[in-house]
Design a protein around this ligand. Structure first.
Ligand SMILES: [Zn+2]
Length: 137
């Protein structure tokens, strides 16, 4: 089983491959599955701007490619460089939530001050819309 330090290292490694020529805002993300495997992603910008994909959604897509199902993500690490820590955007919170539990740990690493702040998925997206909302009654 991988620990938080390994997951943060994976997010930092992913960030090294960021494609962010427009914003120069490079982010890496790594998600850990219940069986310990890690999937990672980085932000991929596009000249049309609106097609940019954040590192968190990229990491979830990579996890799905590895077979991840809803509830399989136990821990997430995000690595960025900013005056303040870089939490996932609203769209990414929703996508992370689909594959997480309310207890999934979200670690946010900031190069600027070498800090890590931690939240739970439930703290970042309380009352999330989820597959259970689609269940017919
Ligand atoms: Zn995002």
């Amino acid at each position: 089983m991988s620990g938080p330090d390994e997951l943060i290292a994976a997010a930092k490694k992913a960030r090294n491959n960021a494609y962010a020529p427009y914003s120069k805002f490079e982010v890496g993300c790594a998600v850990q599955l219940h069986d310990g495997r890690i999937a990672s992603g980085t932000n991929v910008e596009n000249s049309s701007y609106g097609l940019t994909v954040c590192s968190e959604r990229h990491a979830i897509a990579a996890a799905v490619l590895m077979g991840a199902k809803p509830g399989d993500v136990t821990r997430v690490a995000i690595a960025g460089d900013s005056p303040v820590s870089v939490p996932p955007c609203g769209a990414c919170r929703q996508v992370l939530s689909e594959f997480s539990s309310e207890q999934t740990q979200i670690l946010i690493y900031n190069y600027r001050d070498d800090s890590v702040v931690s939240f739970t998925m439930g703290e970042l997206l309380p009352e999330a819309f989820s597959p259970k909302n689609l269940t017919a009654s």
